[in-house]
Ligand binder design. Structure first.
Ligand code: ZN
Length: 73
């Protein structure tokens, strides 16, 4: 995906992903820069379900998050 701009303030969005709080032991969801590590999800049995990798873009200016689930695993 080419460069995407924030819907709120039109600043540049950076690629990352959001982790579930049960995996990170934190109290809230956490946005992490870069691509997901497949090993995090290895313990989940989702073999009979369709799944998509979710990429979450974070605005570098205002923090707005925009999610895309476009790549089927
Ligand atoms: Zn923004």
């Amino acid at each position: 995906m080419a460069s995407i701009n924030c819907q709120k303030c039109n600043s540049l969005l950076e690629e990352g992903y959001v982790t579930d709080s049960t995996l990170t032991q934190s109290k809230s969801e956490t946005w992490i820069e870069g691509k997901t590590s497949k090993s995090i999800w290895a313990c989940l049995d989702t073999s009979d379900k369709r799944s998509f990798e979710v990429v979450v873009y974070r605005c570098t200016n205002c923090g707005y998050l925009e999610s895309y689930a476009t790549v089927e695993k």
